[in-house]
Design a protein around this ligand. Structure first.
Ligand code: AP5
Length: 210
């Protein structure tokens, strides 16, 4: 079964997706990471997305939907991290899942928006692998450096002003998905410590598959 992670920026979606990918082998499909990789490689898609991302706006739906559709032709279960983000994207994903005869569990990372600002401004990322740390809540073994020796960096869009814009965009454009999915949502308490969230997620996903 595929899995969709829904929730505000900084709720911990990417962190939990990486844990599930390593533990269960489900393929993390992070639209944010895909866009950042395109940007770093200087592709046409990356150039198109850059201005939107730097401002904290969403990249247009048609660009994102085409990018995801390609990925669904590959084998194996997929964990959608950061997609869908609008009702248009959710409708497109439902249609794609039907076409490919796939089903998805939808997990909502429930956390008040006030709680995520500190998580984002203290986040450090491995630019090669996308692995995520936090200077206070989930520090790397060596400050500023990942286990593979790569220096960690802060994301351009994690500056305070851009974080506030992203939270506003989430409220206006993405939170309507809570009504869209309605009874299908599996809520988890994303305010808890990282390992507690991992345990709740595992238990609830097991229940969804059974
Ligand atoms: P994207 O990369 O998807 O960013 P996001 O959704 O804003 O999500 P984040 O990566 O910021 O947060 P997260 O929930 O993954 O949190 P994380 O696990 O890192 O999108 C970036 C941009 O790309 C968008 O603004 C848009 O422009 C574009 N884009 C992407 N997808 C798009 C789409 N579908 N449509 C249109 N545009 C799109 O955790 C955050 C921090 O908290 C980390 O430091 C972590 O260590 C820490 N942490 C995690 N869990 C906990 C915990 N339980 N307790 C304490 N700290 C924790």
């Amino acid at each position: 079964m595929d899995v969709i992670f829904l929730g505000p920026p900084g709720a911990g979606k990417g962190t939990q997706a990486q844990i599930l990918e390593e533990r269960d082998g489900i393929r993390q499909l992070s639209t944010g990471d895909m866009l950042r990789r395109n940007r770093a490689a200087g592709t046409e898609l990356g150039r198109k997305a850059q201005a939107y991302m730097d401002r904290g706006d969403l990249v247009p739906d048609d660009v994102i939907i085409a990018m995801v559709e390609d990925e669904l032709n590959k084998p194996g279960d997929v964990l959608f991290d950061g997609f869908p983000r609008t009702v248009t994207q959710a409708e497109a994903l439902d249609a794609m899942l039907r076409r490919h005869d796939r089903q998805a569990a939808v997990v909502l990372f429930a956390i008040p928006l006030e709680a995520v600002e500190e998580r984002l401004t203290g986040r450090w990322t491995n630019p090669k692998t996308g692995r995520v740390y936090h200077e206070k809540f989930h520090p790397p073994a060596r400050p500023g450096i990942d286990d593979d020796g790569t220096p960690l960096v802060q994301r351009e869009d994690d500056k305070v002003e851009t974080v506030r814009k992203r939270l506003d965009v989430y409220e206006r454009q993405t939170s309507p998905l809570i009504d869209y999915y309605g009874d299908r949502l599996i809520p988890i308490d994303a305010t808890k410590a990282l390992q507690t969230v991992t345990a709740e997620l595992a238990a609830k996903l097991k229940g969804a598959v059974a």
